[in-house]
Write a protein that binds this ligand. Structure first.
Ligand code: ADP
Length: 651
């Protein structure tokens, strides 16, 4: 073995290979983002060095003139992004550039749809990182050295992005990393000052380190050489920390372009809030409300990114977990504190009283932004609500302190509005009729099921508005929101309805019929009772006052959870013709069949499931055959009451 081992060839992880192929196809039309990704890595590496140098002995004396250089050589077809940041040693290079180390990338791969346009949009938002270099490069060479290791610890990595890469030891004087791309022929048009400047300004204008654009080779010795040299020294981005500047110096465009650099979101933010808090503790806060949801927002409740913590302009960490509650995980922004120690750790942050204060402000300001959007309404709000409404609802469940405030922002479909119009709880309160003291709701799988639910009949008749809840989370929401502004929320499917005091007590005949149906249904139901809920339908299922609704049972079952044994009550509408007919029917097979059918229909009408669907179908068919074969079926609904075995055909 020699002292300087020759280059070693290694294979990529299978996943890297897959990602590379996908990316090159999906991003072809969005090729410019590679530069954003490489500059953002360079900036991260510089941040890391600055941060580590605060605490690590070996790094303290280091050259900290951190800057990023983008150099290009049109005649050679090459572009290099160099930083003077933390760098990587051999193990880190293998880990970072040869495998997909990050779980985020893995999830991203899993969620690719194969639809090139959708995927490209997602990749754009997601930030694909280093590998995006292969969108434009036929070959990529990385040279790097960790800032705290000697020049001999340099590493060179090379790959053409196919199945493998090579890695070898080199001597590298400069700390940090240089990434050189040999561009494919068709992408060499990128190699001119005007193009590159435009791309860097567009995506990376607010990177906190100076970015210099340097042209190499070509006709540097011609008459323009002085201008040329001058241009090569210029910093082309705006390195000032935008959030630290006074608000009156900033235009909307500044905020928007900062957002683009911060998030990579191709769409402009909906709105933002910028505050400088002075006093015993001072900090700056810049919060953005995005227009669209990043792809993994709903799935990924726990690993949150989006709020960066700076201390005196030094990037410390992504502190979304400390500063944002889950239900605001779509917010983006920056917090910069002057009063936290620079060497702060996650553990310290966890119980820092200052951070708790900042967190409270972040929540308040975020809700201000959302509330304003909701009050303005219109298309912007509708879009926001579609993208983030279900997430915001988690707040009612999780944040007791803000419960009522968040509830006030929520919007629901309602019988008081048609189509896609939604209403707020305050709208609802404002429309309540005299004497109404309850906010009524109905939850169901879809608006269609909700709107045709038999449970709404009694309310429609009395002109009482009912909120229609169809999000999966709504059942949990209402189980935490038992009242709003002192008015209780109640499900229309639950317990006894006392809509009008003077409703007549059911008569003996009605009670008798209910008793017979109960007997026919046996243990399947709790009780059967005549009620006032219905006008057009013969029967409906009623949950216990304190019990679980059918919808909740279903959700739990879908989530694989145990559902407590419970028997719903069955409310019948004795004035319905079907029930009048049944009242005249002798007990027997047909009465039993009809009772079963009524009960099963009621379950179906609520989008519920039948215990034995095949038996239901047989019952329906049996009755259909009887009806069709009865000689005067159309004229004699009741005449056939005793014809139980006159046509014994069975299904
Ligand atoms: P991400 O930056 O999102 O983590 P990348 O694929 O861009 O993903 O990079 C993977 C890892 O490689 C980074 O997390 C970082 O550790 C390392 N890396 C990439 N570029 C550099 C660089 N210029 N300097 C130091 N480390 C780098």
């Amino acid at each position: 073995m020699s002292d300087t081992p020759a280059a070693e060839t290694r294979r990529f992880d299978a996943e890297v290979h897959q990602l590379l192929k996908l990316m090159i196809n999906a991003l072809y039309s969005n090729r410019e983002i590679f530069l954003r990704e490489l500059i953002s890595n360079a900036s991260d590496a510089s941040d890391k060095l600055r941060f580590e140098a605060l605490t690590k002995e070996g790094l303290k004396g280091l050259d900290q003139d951190l800057g990023i250089e983008v150099s290009f050589d049109p005649s050679a077809g090459r572009l290099t992004v160099s930083d003077r940041g933390i760098g990587m040693n051999r193990e880190e290079v293998i880990e970072n550039l040869g495998t997909i180390a990050r779980s985020g990338t893995r999830r991203f791969l899993e969620s690719l749809s194969g639809d090139a346009r959708k995927d490209a949009r997602m990749i754009g938002q997601f930030g694909v990182g280093f590998y995006s270099a292969f969108i434009v490069a036929a070959e990529v060479e990385v040279e790097t050295r960790r800032a705290d290791e000697p020049a001999a610890a340099g590493v060179r990595w090379r790959s053409s992005g196919e199945g493998d890469y090579s890695i070898e030891a080199v001597v590298r004087e400069a700390q940090g990393t240089s990434i050189t791309l040999s561009l494919r022929e068709e992408h060499r048009d990128l190699l001119n000052r005007w193009q590159l400047e435009r791309i860097i300004r567009h995506y990376s204008n607010h990177v906190a380190f100076p970015i210099r654009l340097v042209e190499i080779g070509g006709d540097a010795e011609d008459a323009k050489s002085e201008d040329h040299a001058e241009a090569n020294k210029q910093v082309i981005n705006d390195t000032q920390a935008l959030w630290a500047r006074p608000r009156n110096e900033l235009e909307d465009e500044d905020y928007k372009s900062f957002y683009t650099g911060l998030t990579g979101d191709p769409e402009a933010p909906v709105s933002w809030a910028h505050h400088h808090v002075e006093g015993s503790q001072s900090y700056s806060l810049l919060l953005y409300l995005p227009a669209q949801a990043p792809f993994d927002l709903l799935i990924n409740r726990d690993e949150r990114e989006g709020l960066k913590l700076y201390i005196q302009r030094v990037f410390i960490m992504d502190a979304a977990e400390q500063l944002l509650p889950r239900y605001l995980r779509f917010m983006r922004g920056v917090v910069d504190s002057s009063d936290l120690p620079l060497n702060v750790s996650r553990e310290i942050l966890q119980d820092s009283p200052l951070l708790k204060k900042i967190r409270a402000t972040v929540i308040k300001r975020s809700l201000d932004l959302i509330e304003k959007l909701a009050n303005d309404g219109g298309e912007t709000w509708d879009r926001f609500w579609k993208a983030f409404g279900a997430i915001l609802k988690e707040g009612v469940i999780e944040d007791f302190e803000q419960r009522e405030r968040i509830a006030g922002i929520l919007r629901f479909a309602s019988t008081g509005s048609d189509g896609a119009e939604t209403v707020s709880l305050d709208d609802y309160l404002g429309r309540m009729s005299e004497g109404q003291d309850t906010i009524w709701y109905l939850s169901a799988d879809s608006l269609k099921v909700a709107r045709s639910s038999p449970h709404l009949e009694a309310f429609a008749r009395r002109g009482i508005e009912v909120l229609l809840l169809t999000d999966r989370i709504d059942e949990w929401l209402v189980s935490h929101l038992d009242q709003y502004k002192d008015k209780p929320l109640k499900s229309v499917t639950r317990g006894k309805l006392n809509l009008d005091e003077d409703a007549p007590e059911p008569d003996e005949a009605a009670k008798l019929l209910a008793g017979r149906i109960k007997q026919a249904l046996g243990d399947e139901v709790g009780s059967v009772r005549p009620g006032h809920r219905l006008t057009d339908s013969p029967g409906c299922i009623v949950a216990d006052e304190g019990g679980m609704s059918l919808q909740m049972e279903k959700l739990l079952r879908q989530a694989g959870q145990a559902v407590p044994e419970s028997k719903p009550d069955f409310e019948i509408n004795v004035s319905h013709p079907l029930l009048s007919a049944m009242a005249r029917l002798d007990d027997g097979k047909r009465f039993n069949d009809l009772s079963q059918l009524l009960f099963e229909q009621a379950r179906l009408a609520e989008g519920g499931e039948l215990a034995d669907p095949a038996a239901y179908v047989q019952r329906v068919n049996r009755l259909l055959v009887e009806a069709l074969e009865s000689p005067d079926s159309s004229a004699q609904a009741d005449g056939s009451a005793d014809g139980d075995d006159s046509n014994a055909a069975s299904a």
